[in-house]
Structure formats: C-alpha cells, structure tokens
Design a binder for this molecule. Structure first.
Ligand SMILES: [Zn+2]
Length: 235
C-alpha cells in the first residue's frame, strides 16, 4: 500500500505543475493588458507631428510675405520706369527703396528655403513614425494572438490537472492534507521531500535511522529533522 507521504509527494508534483501554469497565465494577463510599446510609438508620432507644424506654418508665412514683397517691388519698379518721378532726389529714393526690397526678398527666400528643408525633414520623420506605429500594432496583434493561444492551452492543462489533483488528494486523510497545505507556503511550494540515500533530498541532511524507518514504514508522517519537510519514499 502506498504511504500517505508518497501520496502527498504525488500531490505536490501536480500542485507544482499547476502553480507554474497559474504564474504563466498571470504573466500573460499582464502582457495582454499592457500596450506600452504602442503608446510609445503613438507618442513618437505625435512628437514628430508637433515638430513639423511650426515649420509648415513658417514656410506658409514666408511664402505669403514674399508674395506681398514681390507685389511691392513691381509697384516700385512700375513707378520708377513710368516716368512719373521727375525729381532726381525722388528717383534716387525710389531706387534705394527697390534695392532694399530686393535685399529683403533675397533674405526671405533664404529663410523660406531653410523652412522648406525643415518641413521636408519633418514630413519624413512623421512618415517614419507612422510606419513604426503600424509595425508596432502588427507586432502587438501577432504577440497577443500567440499569448491568447498559449493562455487557452494553459487553461486546458490546468483543468486537467485540477481533475488529477482531486483524484490524487481523495485517498489522503484530512489531517495529512492539512499538514501539507500549511507547510506549502512556508516551503516554497515544496512541503514534501524525497528520502534519498537516507538523506532529505531537499536539504541533503542525513536522517536518523528512526526517521528513515518511519518513512519506510509509512504509517505516520515523518518530517526532516533539518528543514521540517514531510519525508516520502518513492515507493
Ligand atoms: Zn530536509
């Protein structure tokens, strides 16, 4: 007849298998609930869009300013060459004004070129960020599918283990089960240790011959003199 300690050891094997799966399911739930990567990619896209905006606005402003300036230049030129200005001083002034407007135009065109360069760079950055976000979303979707499939598998295994556990626990008396359960959290889920070469397999301490006999007799639960675990023979 199988000793209670051995039955508890078999129960422990099932419990350890269950715990391992429960921990993995919890980890999967955490992973499924987190969209950190997507949030990061979204933030990067928003940042790129924000960085682009002022350059687009600047380019528009400059473009408008240049158009107005070109109009003014045309009017000044027309006035100068229409022959309506007769006084030499006034003519010199008109020429100076045209020269000043031309310098201003050249300066604004340089600024516009720079703004357009930044706009191009900014648009490229926005395109990159958009692609990166799309990629992240695809990756997340694939990862989530894989995780959900794994979780389903684990839950199936857990249900089977639960059934096994009920079968494994049913021949064990209530008092022994209670001892096992109370030791479980304190021994990191390993309340039962095998007796190997007359030593506790968990802590490697050699047991007294009385303890060894008690384990082999299997009538009462023997505990390791050192770590306090229930000692079981493989029998
Ligand atoms: Zn021990």
């Amino acid at each position: 007849m199988t000793s209670t300690a051995t039955l508890l050891y078999r129960l422990q094997v099932i419990d350890l298998a269950m715990t391992q799966r429960v921990i993995r399911v919890q980890a999967i739930n955490t992973l499924l609930g987190s969209d950190e990567q997507v949030a990061k990619a979204q933030q990067a896209l928003e940042a790129a869009e924000q960085a682009l905006k002022p350059w687009q606005a600047r380019a528009l402003d400059l473009d408008l300013e240049i158009k107005t300036l070109v109009q003014k230049l045309k009017q000044a030129n027309d006035a100068l060459y229409s022959g309506s200005i007769k006084i030499p001083k006034a003519m010199t002034e008109a020429q100076d004004e045209i020269a000043a407007l031309q310098r201003r135009q050249s300066q604004l065109e340089d600024e516009l070129l720079e703004a357009m360069m930044h706009t191009d760079e900014g648009q490229a950055a926005v395109t990159d960020a958009r692609q990166s976000l799309a990629q992240t979303l695809t990756t997340q979707e694939m990862t989530q599918e894989r995780l959900i499939a794994e979780k389903t598998q684990l839950e199936t295994e857990l249900a089977a283990l639960e059934t096994q556990r009920q079968g494994a626990a049913s021949p064990i008396d209530a008092a022994s089960l209670k001892t096992y359960e109370s030791l479980r959290p304190r021994k990191g889920g390993h309340p039962v240790a095998l007796l190997r070469n007359n030593s506790c397999a968990a802590c490697n301490i050699e047991q007294t011959s009385m303890n060894v006999q008690q384990v082999w007799a299997g009538k009462t639960l023997a505990t390791c003199g050192s770590c306090g675990r229930i000692l079981a023979s493989m029998g």
